[in-house]
Write a protein that binds this ligand. Structure first.
Ligand SMILES: Cc1cc2nc3c(=O)[nH]c(=O)nc-3n(C[C@H](O)[C@H](O)[C@H](O)COP(=O)(O)OP(=O)(O)OC[C@H]3O[C@@H](n4cnc5c(N)ncnc54)[C@H](O)[C@@H]3O)c2cc1C
Length: 284
């Protein structure tokens, strides 16, 4: 289908984009890489009168070291995030998830911020950012505010970004020296996950000192598997040490049922994938 006709603006600064958003209100829609927005417009699930393309705003693109955090600009394409040395060294879980995200074409056009703002519960980046305790920097007419990952994902396709606001960057606290792994279950390559598990683990002398685990597609938002994290602390980094903790993966989740699998199947998968992800992250 062809989208409903809309006007198009490509501002050069965040300030210009914010003022266009303020001017057009509900009738405007932000575009990043367009990989999710354009299909939505083509299916006429949304019909904005104005599309504000962030593609020309250079300040929104790039990755930098900011002391105890890595900062990823919202408009940084997936491919740049996935191949960046700082990300690999200090936020390896993000790099691991990128290896599984869509195909090369989507990874060149799609952006880190666009995928997170889209907030698809099957998206591959929500669980890793949640597990690593990312902070989301959101700009509005009154200045910038920072939202913790635990408060960013509100519901299905809904985040803490207001209608008159723009996600500008994501701060990932450094997890240098942590092991990490993203275990994604799909039926065919380059698909959205049926379930996926993001695990970051700090092992000290053969014992799991700390673990952070995020779940993809186990509810209307990405979720932290907190009972798994608590049960893993102090366990030996071995198959026996991890098995019982991983069985708690589905605690407190509300997975969907669809043609790929029902909720019970997803609960089962969550346990299996958590065990695999944690063991791989722990190097066991
Ligand atoms: C065929 C296909 C397969 C895919 N497979 C996967 C997959 O396996 N795993 C996965 O995780 N993803 C997958 N994706 C999605 C991909 O990750 C997209 O990059 C992502 O969903 C949207 O990123 P984008 O930059 O294109 O954003 P857009 O499509 O431009 O925007 C998406 C939404 O976010 C809003 N938005 C974007 N940027 C901002 C901002 N800075 N501030 C406020 N709001 C903003 C837009 O208004 C829009 O509502 C796939 C997409 C396609 C088309």
């Amino acid at each position: 289908m062809i989208p409903v006709q809309f006007d198009y603006l490509a501002p050069a600064t965040v300030e210009e984009a914010l003022s266009a958003l303020a001017q057009h209100g509900d009738d405007a829609k932000i575009m990043a890489g367009g990989q999710s927005l354009l299909p939505v417009l083509r299916m006429r699930l949304n019909a904005p009168e104005m599309v504000i393309d962030l593609g020309k705003i250079e300040s929104l693109r790039g990755i930098r070291d900011d002391g105890d955090a890595i900062v990823i600009g919202a408009m940084t394409p997936h491919v740049e995030v996935g191949s960046n040395d700082l990300v690999a060294e200090h936020a390896g879980l993000i790099a691991k998830a990128m290896e599984h995200l869509a195909d090369a074409q989507i990874r060149h056009r799609g952006t880190f911020g666009g995928a997170l703002a889209h907030a698809d519960p099957a998206g591959d980046l929500g669980a890793p950012t949640l597990a690593l305790g990312a902070q989301f920097v959101i700009a509005g007419s009154g200045g910038s505010r920072t939202v913790e990952a635990d408060d960013f994902f509100v519901d299905l396709f809904e985040t803490a970004i207001g209608e008159d606001e723009i996600l500008t960057e994501v701060r990932i606290p450094k997890h240098t020296g942590w092991g990490s792994h993203y275990e994604k279950f799909v039926r065919v390559a380059h698909q959205w996950p049926i379930v996926a598990v993001a695990a970051a683990v700090r092992v000290d002398g053969g014992t799991i000192a700390e673990a952070r685990v995020g779940l993809t597609n186990m509810g209307s938002t990405p979720l932290r598997a907190r009972s798994v994290e608590e049960a893993l602390a102090g366990q030996p980094a071995t198959a026996d040490g991890v098995r019982a903790a991983a069985e708690k993966a589905a605690d407190g989740t509300n997975p969907p049922s669809d043609l790929n699998g029902d909720a019970d199947y997803r609960r089962h998968l969550a346990g299996v994938l958590t065990r695999r992800a944690v063991l791989a992250a722990a190097g066991a």
